[in-house]
Design a protein around this ligand. Structure first.
Ligand SMILES: CC(C)(COP(=O)(O)OP(=O)(O)OC[C@H]1O[C@@H](n2cnc3c(N)ncnc32)[C@H](O)[C@@H]1OP(=O)(O)O)[C@@H](O)C(=O)NCCC(=O)NCCS
Length: 253
């Protein structure tokens, strides 16, 4: 039991850049309290003491702002960052290493319509291992969100999401599909492609420069075409000058 508790704390430390110490996590992270309360609630729920389980879950909700139904199945190293307003329904299934942010719902599509026929059915989502769900996202119905998929903040997901895919918007649509090996955890689910803002800016500058080079090249070609005797090799074009300066800079580091 203590190993699992230690693992829960380590999972938060690994996934929240704001976390400073294990003691802070123990005292100040509602995710930890809600998940531990859920383990207790689930214990009673599955031993025919459903009301006790339900009551523990409700008490945890008062204390943490996170509502997890005792019938929900949670995997290991589950982390709900900030937590307030998260609702996890009775038949929801959450895999290992899943991260949710505040305001996320793993809910049914229309629980109030013909409720009797929905009792005891699978009506909530399944999140496979490594999924990250952004703040305010709503995942509705018995859909499956594939391994390492990411759901954008405020998205509404009503159909299955493939593994390693980022979906955004209402209804959620694919925004990006990344290779499995790139899909390691990034705090706040930011793209694994370039996470450093300075590198991102450099890459954008480089792209703009390449476009300019191409434009200058095509202008030079047009100009050469219009000047008889002005052949390639007789003079260095402006484009070549720009490119050679660029490669010199790259060589100098
Ligand atoms: C969805 C998300 C994971 C995408 O991050 P990313 O992989 O870096 O992708 P990008 O930022 O390059 O965005 C890809 C496209 O989706 C759009 N997009 C990103 N997030 C979006 C969102 N939540 N809703 C709608 N569109 C979104 C971008 O504008 C971009 O569109 P474009 O290609 O037309 O320019 C991220 O934006 C997100 O929502 N993370 C949740 C973070 C969160 O909940 N933080 C709370 C911390 S307290």
């Amino acid at each position: 039991m203590f190993d699992r508790m230690k693992e829960d704390i380590q999972a938060i430390m690994a996934r929240d850049p704001a976390a400073k110490s294990s003691l802070e996590i123990l005292l100040c992270y509602p995710s930890l309290h809600a998940v531990w309360a859920h383990r207790l609630a689930s214990f009673f729920w599955h031993r025919r003491l459903k009301l006790v389980g339900r009551w523990i879950s409700q008490a945890a909700r008062w204390l943490t702002g996170i509502e997890i139904h005792p019938g929900a199945t949670l995997g290991r190293r589950f982390f709900i960052d900030h937590g307030m307003g998260v609702v996890i329904g009775e038949s929801a299934v959450v895999g290992d290493d899943v991260t949710l942010y505040h305001g996320v719902t793993l809910g049914g599509v229309a629980p109030s319509v013909d409720s009797d026929s929905q009792r005891g059915t699978k009506r909530h989502p399944t999140l496979l291992d490594g999924v990250i769900v952004g703040s305010g996202a709503q995942i509705l119905g018995p859909v499956t969100v594939g391994q390492c998929a990411r759901v954008g903040a405020n998205a509404v997901v009503v159909s299955d999401v493939e593994c390693d895919t980022t979906v955004v918007g209402i209804p959620a649509k694919v925004a990006r599909k990344e290779a499995r090996e790139q899909a390691q955890f990034m705090p706040y689910a930011q793209g694994a492609h370039i996470s450093d803002p300075v590198l991102r800016e450099l890459a954008a500058t480089r792209q703009a420069m390449l476009k300019l080079q191409q434009r200058v090249e095509s202008l030079e070609t047009e100009r050469q075409g219009g000047l008889p005797g002005d052949t390639q090799g007789e003079r260095l074009t402006l484009a070549e000058e720009v490119r050679s300066e660029d490669s010199q800079k790259a060589a100098n580091g």
